[in-house]
Ligand binder design. Structure first.
Ligand code: FAD
Length: 479
């Protein structure tokens, strides 16, 4: 029998469940990736994620050839939903193998593809790859999905036997990787060949493919024991920066969880906890797909967000990092320039948009979806609904981050702010968190005129706080 492995967000050839199952079951195995026009066509012409994917496809092709010199990755710039069944037919395979993708659009696509393949007598086998536990694997004693993180995490840890962390030994069966038939060319893509322009991905030294991921992991592991104390400070190299690799599957979640589990330190445990949050939000989306459009807690859909021109002006100021609150503006500069934002800052800017500006969390979620290199529907939605207090095990609505206190606490010397807002670099460590409150002499010495060189704050935090408490009062009854 022969089989086709359909790669999607699992761009590596090591420790890969679907590839392993295909190689074990079939004598001839081919591998394909679709640069899916349904996803790519609406994107702007320059998108770091597309460039990262193209780089990672070259890396995956090289990885397959290293496993077996005969192997080639087939790449097609096409509508995957129709092109995949056509290719499977051309290759006369009996089965297609792929990893689960539980995002609603991917589930719909896979459902249609499964039907089209079935009509041709071809099976679609899918396997878990993206997370450690998914779907119904971690449930409460009464068989319900968890909606509170800590008991979920305890159950997750209890279930974590070595079996779940074991790597799939792909190399053992690599003989089954087959050369392409003459009439099926590989077509490895270039960025311009699919109509995209280069971004600053290479300048940012965001290495793609397995190699890029392993380099980041090697850099992180010596720091993992200090993760718990370093992770909250955006100017410190605390986190792993692996999120983009996890998004595109250029690293195996099992390898990361294994590493975290093996280091017994508090830092490593805290990091493992973050990987559990990732699984948690993944299963929230699976069990409650309505979160992609509306609040996890329906009562919160009654909240009236700011609308109209004034709201649009506030939203634009947030997007462009012109709110007058330096930590918020520096964080927005980070996402706009690099596609990454530190986790602490994601919480700060999300809270600011929703609870200081009164803007619907879905607008912020959509902005992040467009900009984040690591954009992941489940994690992004979970993060936004957490900050907006509308979500599963979210921050209580009356807990409202003070953007100045957050700045003083997590960027005490203004190092992060200075990096992204050089116009404020001349201010003291004390004044940099709220420049409009600085003494006139200090502002003059730093050559800053508020409202000219740097914006005046677009809202007063105390007033905004009171407004937010009133806005959320509508949900108190249903909470
Ligand atoms: P590390 O601190 O090294 O953590 C390791 C990994 O754990 C991450 O790569 C990520 O896969 C996972 N992780 C960490 N924190 C979380 C979390 N709170 N929820 C889910 N997974 C987590 N993460 C995304 O991967 N994609 C998103 O689109 C995304 N959007 C977010 C939006 C908001 C408003 C908030 C508050 C958080 C969001 N996060 C998102 C979670 C988190 O901010 C990022 O995963 C993290 O900053 C990525 O950096 P890192 O790889 O250095 O993380």
């Amino acid at each position: 029998p022969s089989a086709l492995v359909w790669f999607r967000r699992d761009l590596r050839a090591d420790d890969h469940a679907a590839l392993y199952h295909a190689l074990k079951a079939a004598r001839k195995v081919w591998c394909v990736f679709f640069l899916d026009r349904d996803i790519l066509d609406p994107l702007p012409q320059a998108d770091r994620r597309v460039e990262f994917i193209v780089d990672s496809l070259h890396a995956l092709d090289a990885q397959l050839r290293a496993l077996n010199p005969e192997a080639r990755l087939i790449v097609r710039h096409a509508h995957a939903g129709t092109a995949l069944p056509r290719l499977a037919d051309e290759l006369h395979v009996q089965a297609v193998y792929a990893s689960h993708d539980d995002e609603p659009a991917a589930l719909a696509r896979d459902h249609a593809v499964r039907g089209a393949l079935a009509e041709m007598g071809i099976a679609l086998h899918t396997a878990k790859d993206h997370v450690i536990f998914e779907r119904n694997e971690v449930l409460t004693a009464t068989g319900k999905p968890y909606s509170v993180f800590t008991p979920y995490k305890n159950a997750w840890l209890k279930k974590l036997e070595p079996f779940y962390l074991k790597a799939y030994p792909v190399a053992r069966y690599a003989d089954a990787l087959a050369p392409l038939p003459d009439d099926v060319p590989a077509h490895l893509p270039t960025l311009s060949g699919i109509g995209f322009e280069p971004t600053n991905l290479h300048e940012l030294a965001l290495g793609a493919g397995s190699e890029g991921a392993q380099a980041l992991l090697a850099d992180f592991l010596p720091r993992i024991d200090r993760y718990d104390v370093a992770r909250d400070f955006p100017s410190v190299k605390g986190p792993s920066y692996l999120s983009m690799h996890l998004r595109f599957g250029t690293v195996s979640i099992r390898q990361l969880a294994r590493e975290a589990h093996a280091h017994r330190s508090k830092g490593a445990q805290t990091w493992l906890s973050e990987l559990v949050w990732r699984d948690f939000y993944h299963q929230v989306l699976h069990h409650h797909p309505h979160v992609a459009e509306s609040a996890f807690k329906p009562a919160y859909d009654a909240i009236k967000w700011e609308r109209g021109k004034h709201a649009d002006t506030l939203f634009a100021a947030w997007c462009h990092g012109r709110t007058g609150y330096p930590l918020v503006d520096a964080a927005m500069a980070q996402i706009n320039q690099t596609g990454y934002m530190h986790n602490r800052l994601r919480m700060v800017v999300a809270s600011f948009l929703v609870k200081d500006l009164g803007i619907d969390w879905r607008r912020g979620e959509a902005y992040f979806a467009e900009k984040l290199n690591d954009f992941d529907l489940a994690a992004n939605n979970g993060g936004w609904q957490w900050a907006a207090s509308t979500g599963c095990d979210a921050q209580p609505y009356f807990r409202i981050f003070n953007p100045i206190t957050q700045s003083e606490k997590f960027d005490p010397e203004g190092k992060f702010i200075r990096r992204y807002l050089p116009e404020l670099a001349g201010l003291s460590n004390k004044a940099i968190h709220a420049p409009w409150l600085a003494r006139p002499l200090e502002l003059a010495e730093a050559r800053i005129v508020i409202g000219q060189d740097y914006p005046a704050p677009i809202v007063d935090h105390d007033e905004a706080r009171a407004k937010t408490l009133a806005r959320y009062a509508v949900v108190k009854a249903g909470d």
